[in-house]
Design a protein around this ligand. Structure first.
Ligand code: SF4
Length: 171
């Protein structure tokens, strides 16, 4: 896979569920790359995974299974398992290098379509669409890859733990 270090025009124009991608690279937004890399939706796997036999090997090197965040639905709390970028020993995203995202043009939905400046309402709407697409795609490959990574113990903590680490570092 070619790692992108610049932002081609089509990457800036990228859309998902009708939303335009965000491009903010301010310090506040970039902090997520150091502590809590964004989750992939099924469409990201098509963009990121190699199409040849090296697919599993690539996924084992660059992706991890997360238990996913807690969501509330009809008064019940449950988790939607997510696939996320692997992390370096310091907890930062494996694709983060010298302050930049090395896969910016094809970065995961959970990164590319959020920034720290959008309203909670906008963020919640995007989150709902992203998680709904994971539920929909879980039996069409996304779940198989998630289980594969989880069973190989290629896991990362859930977002609550990563967020707590980020808050602690900020304090
Ligand atoms: S994939 Fe890119 S934008 Fe997302 S956390 Fe990693 S470095 Fe940051």
């Amino acid at each position: 896979m070619t790692l992108l270090t610049e932002t081609p025009r089509e990457a800036c124009d990228r859309k998902e569920f009708g939303f335009k991608r965000t491009v903010c690279g301010c310090q506040e937004c970039s902090r997520n790359c150091l502590f809590i890399p964004g989750y992939l939706i099924p469409a990201d796997l098509q963009r990121l995974l190699p199409t040849d036999a090296s697919k599993s090997e690539w996924a084992e090197k660059y992706l991890r299974a997360s238990p996913g965040g807690l969501v509330l639905y009809q008064g019940k709390a449950f988790r939607i398992p997510t696939i996320v970028p692997a992390r370096k020993d310091n907890g930062s995203c494996v694709f983060h290098s010298e302050g930049l995202c090395t896969i910016h043009g094809v970065s995961p939905f959970g990164c590319a379509f959020f920034d720290n400046h959008m309203s909670d309402q906008e963020g919640d709407l995007r989150t709902r669409m992203g998680l709904a697409s994971i539920i929909e795609g879980f039996h069409a490959g996304y779940g198989d890859l998630w289980r594969h990574l989880w069973e190989m113990n290629l896991r990362v903590p859930g977002p609550e733990e990563s967020r707590a680490r980020m808050d602690k570092a900020a304090a």
